[in-house]
Design a protein around this ligand. Structure first.
Ligand code: C5P
Length: 218
């Protein structure tokens, strides 16, 4: 029996990570945040002094990266890297290095290894198109750029950090444009993916929708 996969792709700050993690917890499935692998590679490169322009060096690093996921925590070289990889600059770096075919190839099998019983929920940009093309359910989860900027702004303010809404929206749009324009595994809705626009949906409503779509297939 093939192991079920729910692949949730979409633009940055769309809430797909939160929705994917909640769906995984409800179903008792494994969860893979594929963006974390690109972020960890960008962060490790800084620590190892490998330039974000060095495709071959980055690919070698990505293949060997000593990462460990434990629930929603992530460790790099044995250290908790959860906060460091969420920095805006690391998100931009991840987006830059994710455009290199050699980096994507180095991370491909590592991502596929997360497909274990009883099932996997994963989120990213190419989970349904490249990494798990035979996924049981493919979703393109999105929201307007204005709404995504508002959510990111609120997260930062709630954490006590300073934030500029206009700047956040510009950064989100710049990252989306780079992710959509790259020749390898660009961000786009696949023809066999169901679109879920969360602009006016709560997290609970988005989670319920994904669960009901999945249950209708079982
Ligand atoms: O999803 P997240 O914002 O954490 O991803 C960071 C960056 O990693 C994205 O902007 C994208 O460029 C890249 N990425 C990717 N393919 C994935 C997941 C993330 O190219 N499957």
């Amino acid at each position: 029996m093939t192991i079920p996969v729910i692949a949730i792709d979409g633009p940055s700050a769309s809430g797909k990570g939160t929705v994917a993690a909640r769906v995984a917890a409800t179903l008792g499935f494994h969860y893979l945040d594929s963006g974390a692998l690109y972020r960890l590679t960008a962060l490790a490169a800084l620590e190892e002094e490998i330039s974000w322009d060095d495709e071959a060096g980055l690919a070698e690093l990505a293949a060997e990266l000593p990462v460990r996921f434990d629930g929603d925590r992530v460790f790099l070289f044995g250290e908790d890297a959860g906060d460091d990889i969420r920095a805006e600059a690391i998100g931009m770096g991840a987006s830059k290095i994710a455009a290199y075919p050699a980096v994507r190839a180095a991370l491909l099998e590592r991502q596929r290894a997360f497909r274990e019983t009883p099932g996997l929920v994963t989120d990213g940009r190419d989970m349904g198109s490249v990494v798990f093309p035979d996924a049981t359910l493919k979703i393109f989860l999105t929201a307007s750029a204005g709404e995504r900027a508002q959510r990111r702004y609120k997260q930062l303010i709630d954490k006590g950090e300073s934030a500029n809404l206009q700047q956040i929206q510009e950064d989100i749009e710049a990252r989306d444009a780079r992710d959509a324009a790259r020749p390898v595994a660009p961000l786009k809705q696949e023809p066999d993916a169901q679109r879920l626009d969360t602009t006016v949906l709560s997290i609970d409503q988005a989670v319920e929708t994904v669960l009901s779509w999945y249950q209708s297939l079982c």
